[in-house]
Design a protein around this ligand. Structure first.
Ligand code: PEP
Ligand code: MN
Length: 346
């Protein structure tokens, strides 16, 4: 916060304001001008209450908030990029992490076949929804617990970590038992009861950007999870709703470098939901590497035409294999840039 005192405020008045600021838990940096004193207050406290209290003091001309309304997730709070270690995988570190798998877990054969293929072609995490948020109540809603059990079997078979969605705070314990990364879908980004309950879930959270949410709102939602005790949050850009109809959503690729400026948390791109059709998914995957994302989460299906959800945007297995090999030179450059960044930071 920056607090400007009225011109010619007395020493007593200035000391009184400083005392109030300290009462709220802030540290003081004051700049004494010829005519006017400006006080800088830094730290973690109840900003709104502090501003209100200061504005009620007659010697204060103006009190304004300068830092973002989110704290724990901000770059100001922590300079170095957060690295989240999940078993053998490091998200946010020196590895571009590929998460891949079907939109929905449908059957043992489907998930096993996909898991084995994506594991053999460089994916580190298997995705697959057991609880599906569907626009229509008549569409497939997911295999629920049975789906979670199938994901566990796929993990045992392949060693892949699991990312899967939780839709309700009631299901957090159940999903966290099976998942290495718990996904919050776009439609639930501002389900604050769910976000709060993920504070204590003991798992990394993949938080997807709501389709009509600003970057600031995404960060505020991440702040809910961290403020409730869980610092392991991965942010995910998955396209936003705009006037454009050529793609299912509009891939806000700039959100990735913007987030990298504003937060230390890892950021991944979901090119599948951003695109809505598989043809442009490989180009968006390359874009994710180029703008410095920490990874991607991409939909892959052994037979997209038979998928119960999101078949049009799912890559068939061989197409996933091809895009993974075509990404190799880009990922090599990404690694060099990342190592230089890590080197520069130490
Ligand atoms: C999904 O990952 O399958 C999904 C439903 O994504 P989103 O919440 O981004 O729409
Ligand atoms: Mn999907």
């Amino acid at each position: 916060m920056i607090i400007s005192m009225r011109p010619h405020a007395t020493r007593e008045e200035i000391d009184h304001v400083c005392e109030r600021i300290r009462d709220f838990g802030y540290k003081i940096h004051s700049i004494e001008g010829e005519e006017r004193v400006v006080i800088g207050a830094v730290g973690l406290g109840d900003v709104t209450a502090c501003l209100e209290s200061l504005e009620a003091i007659p010697a204060v001309e103006q009190a304004v908030r300068i830092s973002a309304p989110y704290k724990f997730v901000s770059r100001e709070f922590k300079k170095e990029h957060t690295v989240i270690r999940i078993n053998g995988t490091e998200v946010g570190g020196g590895e571009f992490v590929v998460m891949a798998g079907p939109c929905s877990v449908e059957s043992e054969k489907q998930i096993m076949e996909t898991a084995e293929y994506v594991a053999a072609h460089g994916a580190r995490v298997l995705r697959g929804g057991a609880f599906k948020p569907r626009t229509s109540p008549y569409d497939f809603q997911g295999l629920e617990l049975e789906g979670l059990k199938l994901l566990r079997r796929a993990k045992e078979r392949t060693g892949l970590d699991i990312v899967t969605e939780v839709m309700s705070d009631r299901d957090v314990d159940m999903v966290a038992e099976y998942a290495d990364i718990v996904q919050v879908g776009a439609r639930n980004m501002q389900n604050f009861a769910l976000l709060k309950s993920l504070g204590g879930c003991g798992r990394t959270v993949l938080l997807k950007r709501g389709m009509s949410s600003t970057i600031k709102e995404l960060l505020m939602s991440a702040e809910y999870i961290t403020a409730h005790g869980n610092p392991n949050v991965i942010l995910c850009e998955r396209g936003i709703r705009t006037f454009e109809t050529a793609t299912r959503n509009t891939c806000d690729i700039a959100a990735i470098p913007v987030l990298n400026e504003l937060t230390h948390l890892p950021v991944v791109l979901d090119p599948s939901h951003a695109a809505g059709r598989r043809g442009i998914v490989p180009a968006l995957m390359r874009a994710a590497v180029a703008v410095g994302a920490d990874g991607v989460i991409v939909e892959v299906h052994p037979c997209p035409e038979k998928a119960v959800s999101d078949g049009a945007q799912s890559l068939p297995l061989e197409a996933f294999g091809r895009v993974m090999s075509s990404l190799k030179p880009y990922i090599q450059l990404w690694k060099e840039a990342r190592l230089a960044e890590i080197g520069a930071a130490v």
